[in-house]
Write a protein that binds this ligand. Structure first.
Ligand SMILES: Cc1cc2nc3c(=O)[nH]c(=O)nc-3n(C[C@H](O)[C@H](O)[C@H](O)COP(=O)(O)O)c2cc1C
Length: 226
């Protein structure tokens, strides 16, 4: 049984999956474990729609791609990425993206292939199970705490999944089209989409799944005061 540290270190985002859904009993174990995520005042602000229905996933993905084709950049409940990117975050984003394109031998100017790779998000990278995590809009009106809780919940889902050999990819790409997702799912008006997580079984033959972007050093991210 891997330790927590081994699990943390062995997880990475997978972007190519075998066409194999995650069995319901395994999903329930993952979701029950993730439900133990701590939250302020034990608020448990996450609301999950766990979809393994092929048609529903296709409908959501098609609706997002159609929106993109109209030239719409986002149709969202929350803004995930910074509006003004500053360094060192900007540089890390560029290095991480460039590394992926280099691995996949995609030219900087090859917009068509880059767009196709972005669209792969909305084809769920071939996976058959996706969790859409919402919160009540009331939780995030003038407050950000629920976003912290739901972020921790995301990591819990991904680490718990590892225990069952289930791979994951977190998605902020769907955050950007949260209103489109909500419309297709006909969710109640009070819910805002925060993110999705793709779950499944990685295609071990796929080169893209070998990508493991580096992390900044402790010197760059931690200040010790002893
Ligand atoms: C909130 C969040 C949103 C993300 N959105 C996407 C996404 O839409 N598409 C994607 O391919 N990867 C997405 N990622 C994955 C990140 O690119 C990835 O976590 C980061 O580059 C570190 O790589 P690793 O997860 O393989 O360790 C997201 C990660 C997080 C935490």
């Amino acid at each position: 049984m891997p330790t927590v540290i081994e699990t943390l270190k062995s997880r990475s985002s997978k972007r190519a999956y075998l066409p194999k859904p995650v069995p319901k009993d395994i999903q329930e174990q993952i979701l029950n474990a993730a439900a133990m995520t701590p939250s302020g005042a034990n608020m448990q602000p996450w609301k999950v729609i766990a979809i393994s229905n092929k048609e529903t996933l296709k409908n959501i993905g098609d609706a997002i791609i159609a929106k993109m084709d109209e030239g719409v950049e986002h149709d969202q409940h929350i803004q995930y990425y910074p509006v003004n990117w500053v360094n060192p975050y900007k540089k890390r984003r560029i290095v991480t993206g460039a590394g992926l394109y280099k691995l996949m031998e995609v030219d900087r100017k090859d917009d068509a292939t880059r767009l196709k790779m972005w669209h792969d998000n909305f084809k769920w990278f071939g996976a058959q199970t996706v969790y859409f995590v919402f919160t009540d809009k009331a939780n995030i009106e003038g407050a950000q705490g629920a976003l912290i809780d739901c972020g921790a919940y995301m990591q819990s889902l991904m680490l718990a999944a590892q225990e069952f050999g289930v791979d994951t990819c977190p998605q902020g790409s769907t955050t950007e089209f949260g209103r489109v997702v909500a419309k297709v799912l006909d969710t109640p008006d009070n819910l805002a989409l925060l993110y999705s997580v793709v779950l499944g079984y990685e295609d071990k033959e796929a080169k893209i799944n070998t990508y493991q972007p580096a992390r900044a050093s402790l010197e760059d991210t931690v200040t010790f005061i002893d």
